[in-house]
Ligand binder design. Sequence first.
Ligand SMILES: [Zn+2]
Length: 322
Amino acid sequence: MRSMRRRLLVTAAVLAMTAGPAGAERRVARKPTPTNAGDRGRKPAERRPVPKLPETTAWQRKPKDGSYTRWPVPAAGHSRSGDPELIFTFDNGPSEKYTSKILDELKKRHIHAIFFLVGWRVTKKGPHRATRRALVERMIREGHIVGNHTMTHPHLCHLPVKQAAAEIDDSHDALHELVHMPLVYFRTPYGDHCHKLVKLLDERGIDHLHWDIDPQEWKDHDAVRVTATLRRKMRSVARNDRRAVVIMHDSHKVTAMAFPQAMKWLDRENARRVAAGKPPVRILDGSDLASELMDAKLSGWVRQTGESAAGALVGALAGVVP
Ligand SMILES: [Zn+2]
């Protein structure tokens, strides 16, 4: 029952995100909507030790349940517009040091991103708690989407199923307190993939959003090199009219330095493209993807429920539409 309830709430959240026109009016539609989705009376777990493993090598490690497949790429499918499309995502925040710099850059450019936040960062008592919580509220206010990146950033596939579930649910609840709506987007730390995790997400009606471009700034703290990597990979997307999800980390100083530089390059690239009669690289946001997700979920639902349910829906609509 609980998973069904969560599924319905996620669908409602996607509908809320996709409702209304683009821009400021759409942001109004996504303003906090009261819901009791996360209010189950449980307190988020205290911070547990974070495994110190590099961000991507988990993919090469075999999870204990024997599964060995990966998340699908391209992470958000192929370009629907036929033009190059980029989706910016930032993980592991909010950071009292660097997140505001990323938010300033996004605001200056009127673009929106998806922030995959770690729950303990907004629950841990201490001098930064209020600042971090205010940053999450700022994200929502400025039209960004907040996603769940677990409570303590563990390798979920290496945890007992109950603990893995708590990592997802506790973080959802902690973040829900601030964003006031179910979190549609989820990203598993280190990109871990296993049947157990897929089942846990499926039970909750949520999906992992993977990535296509990883400048690995969590490992390489040289802003010049990171900017060059971003530029090279974004150029490849632009030249081939592809769609790519970019992963960065607002918990690192190098990201706050490299991201504005990469965006300046994108400005120049777009100017070159327009001068050559080509469409500029589009920046999609979470609402654009949610809209596509909704299409897919609805069409899947119609297929599953069959003609009788579709007929009942048409009948019900006929009763209320004059
Ligand atoms: Zn992460």
